[in-house]
Design a protein around this ligand. Structure first.
Ligand SMILES: NC(=O)c1ccc[n+]([C@@H]2O[C@H](COP(=O)([O-])OP(=O)(O)OC[C@H]3O[C@@H](n4cnc5c(N)ncnc54)[C@H](OP(=O)(O)O)[C@@H]3O)[C@@H](O)[C@H]2O)c1
Length: 324
């Protein structure tokens, strides 16, 4: 089968499209015939050798890609939830071999039925970013109906889902992005929108229950400004696991009796199923801003690394796409 692998860490030039053996699923795994794979920042961070949170877990060679939609081709001996031919979406084993490949073996518990209203390309855009947004808002942030949430990076992969999930659960959403994405945030349902380049947050916002840092900004001085917008007892959640809170931020949180949390995505089948229901009910839309073939993966990584993708980038693994 074809797979995009790396044998050394480095720039986009280390990405190699190769022929490799089809993986064999372990007893608790399914083999997925991958139709499409989402592209996430973690893919090129791993390609470069990882960050402080990841480095220790990476071994070479490695097939990248941790977002998949496809068809179940085989089931492991212990798997009862799926049958051959089921159409699924989910998160391949991290940091095992991923979904930039025609087949991928992954834990069955990390997959669920694909939303019926989505194409494979759209479905592959959902799992990792969607689960990250879900864990951050509802597990770490404990967001409830009627609460006010400020979402930074609201136009990106994680942020686009966070805005819509928060609205679907009845929260009041303040979305932060650059000027050209403010209309997009309103289309997603944001109640208020803020341009981070021209509007100081403190002038526009106060009394939020939850701040979600889903932007790539790793800057504790910026965090201090966001903490100042929280209500007493509020919660500041960051998905930037590799960038801990410093003492100043912790002190500012303590002064407000607020909580700070670093939040990881969790590959949970029950959440994927609930997300699929929201999508099929029309409450959550999926924006794929660009589709690439496996052979165009380097281009996809360069685009992701700009940190200004609206929605998601996806590799259409099953169909070769000619360069534009
Ligand atoms: N913990 C986890 O499990 C996990 C999982 C996935 C992602 N993450 C992290 O989550 C963050 C977002 O990931 P993503 O996949 O959503 O990335 P993304 O799709 O590239 O989105 C990033 C967003 O951040 C905004 N942004 C860029 N520069 C900014 C700046 N200087 N100030 C404020 N906003 C800025 C961009 O909005 P504009 O284009 O409008 O500027 C863009 O929409 C990353 O740091 C990533 O490492 C963590």
């Amino acid at each position: 089968m074809k797979a995009v692998r790396i044998h050394a860490f480095g720039g986009p030039e280390v990405l190699q499209l190769e022929d490799v053996a089809r993986p064999v699923p372990a007893p608790d795994e399914i083999l997925i015939q991958v139709q499409a794979s989402g592209v996430n920042p973690v893919d090129w961070v791993v390609r470069e050798g990882g960050n402080d949170a990841l480095r220790a877990f990476l071994t070479l060679p490695l097939t990248l890609g941790w977002d998949a939609a496809g068809t179940v081709a085989e089931v492991g001996s212990d798997v009862t939830a799926f049958q051959k031919g089921d159409v699924v979406y989910g998160v391949p084993n991290f940091t095992g071999n991923g979904s930039y490949a025609e087949y991928c073996a992954a834990k069955a518990s990390q997959f669920a039925r694909k939303p019926g209203s989505l194409s494979f390309v759209e479905a592959a855009a959902v799992p990792l970013a969607g689960l990250t947004a879900w864990a951050a808002l509802f597990e770490q942030g404990q967001l409830r109906a009627g609460q006010r949430v400020l979402i930074q990076g609201a136009s990106g992969g994680v942020g686009s889902f966070a805005v819509q999930f928060a609205k679907a659960k009845g929260a009041y959403v303040i979305g932060v992005a650059s000027a050209s994405n403010l209309g997009y945030l309103r289309e997603l349902g944001a109640d208020e929108v803020i341009d981070y380049r021209s509007q100081p947050l403190a002038d526009a916002v106060r009394d939020v229950d939850v701040v979600l840092e889903a932007s790539p900004v790793r800057d504790n001085a910026e965090r201090l400004k966001a903490v100042s917008l929280l209500k007493e007892g509020g919660i500041f959640v960051s998905v930037n696991l590799d960038y801990p809170f410093n003492e100043e931020v912790l002190a500012a949180l303590a002064q407000k009796h607020a909580t700070g949390a670093l939040s990881a995505n969790q590959p949970r089948q029950d959440w994927l199923t609930e997300i699929a229901q929201l999508i099929d009910a029309g409450q959550v839309k999926v924006l794929v801003s660009k589709v690439f073939s496996l052979a165009q993966v380097a281009e996809a990584h360069r685009e992701s690394a700009t940190w200004h993708v609206r929605g998601k980038l996806v590799l259409d693994v099953a169909n070769a796409i000619e360069p534009a």
